[in-house]
Structure formats: structure tokens, C-alpha cells
Write a protein that binds this ligand. Sequence first.
Ligand code: GRF
Length: 223
Amino acid sequence: MSTPRIAVLISGRGSNMMSLIEAAAVPGFPGEIACVISNRPEAHGLVRAQACNIPARAVDHTAFRDAAGKADRAGFDAALDAALEEERIDLVCLAGFMRLLTPAFTRKWAGRMINIHPALLPSFKGLHTHERALAEGVKIHGCTVHFVTPEMDVGPIIMQAAVPVLEGDDADTLGARVLAQEHVIYPAALRLVCEGRARIEGNVVRIDAFELATHALVVPPAG
Ligand code: GRF
């Protein structure tokens, strides 16, 4: 199989995007970051991608409205899909992409689109995960890379990393601890998907052996 062409979809600062770009820049990585697309033209991640010589563009969701001024999600997704096809994309990585996708779009890219979520799914789907984890008093929090299905933050889980919730944590300190692990597991999970070693069986992902340098609790364990 030829090297998969990957699109990274962002909405903001793009730190996860950078972790993918940096991983893919290492010789031997089994995928190529072919483009970055943001639904927000002002996203700082676009500038960061361009600085790495990655083609980066915006597909501005605010340009897609119906006659009544309501968001035209199907129109936006069609434009996004056209951009992906134009770039001959094989695999899509959502990396802080803050836009709900239509079921038709997610079905088309099923098995070829992954997402990073800043919580241990299926706990804390949606937004403000760190605030909610603190409010619930959980002692372990973390992040998840999963295949995308039509329902938000649901879909076969590829990899998770856990972090402790420490006395005195606020959403910022806890979020920073989680983000550091996001930057570890997203490139690792992408590698597995590119190599065809993350196989979807029903709702579950079966993983073949892999290696990962980290002291965090990462499941599946490497080695
Ligand atoms: C990350 O925490 C990601 O998990 C969530 O949104 C945040 C995006 O951050 N979906 P960044 O743009 O990758 O820095």
C-alpha cells in the first residue's frame, strides 16, 4: 500500500496538529501530512502549518448558511469533502476541530477518520471536560484517540492515556497534564492506523504490538 495522505482538521492553536506534523516528519513515518484545513480562517494552527511547509487553508463554516441564516452543515461538509478529495486524502485526523460533522460525511470517511478527545471516553463526552472531571471528583482523567462515527465522541477506541488528578488542580493544570499525553498518544495512534495495525472489529479496535516511549499509563501497553 502506498503511504497514506493525511489531512489534519483544526479550529484553533493546533498543538495536536504540531505533534502529528513533527511525528510525520521523522523519516520512516508511515504517513504523510498532506494538508491542514481549518473551519476558522483566523486559526493560529494554519500559520504554524504553513511555517512547516504544509499546505494549509480555511474552509470557513460561517460562509455556509441557508436562506434563513441557519448553519448549512451539509453545504459546509460538502465543501470540506471536496477539499479532501482535491488533496487525494486517505486519512483524516480531527485535532481540536470544533465543528459537528453530518452523519453523511462521517459515514463516507468511516474507518478513515480519527479524533483526539481530552477525556477518558466514554466519560466526559463534549466540551469542558477538565472542569467536569474536577466537579465529579474523579481521581484519574486522561485522553482518548478513537475512530469517528456519526455520534459525537463515540466510536471505536484506539488508544488512551491516563493522568492523575492532583490535590489543588484547576482546569488549566489538569488540562496541561492531559494535553502532554495527547501529544504522545495521537502520533502513536496515527502510526498504528497508517500501518493497518489498528483493526476495527465491531465497536472495538484490536491492536498489534507496538513501541512507545512514555512513563504514563497508556493502554494498550507498548512492548
Ligand atoms: C485538545 O485538547 C483536543 O483534545 C480537543 O481540543 C484541544 C485542541 O487543542 N479536542 P490543540 O488545538 O490541538 O492545541
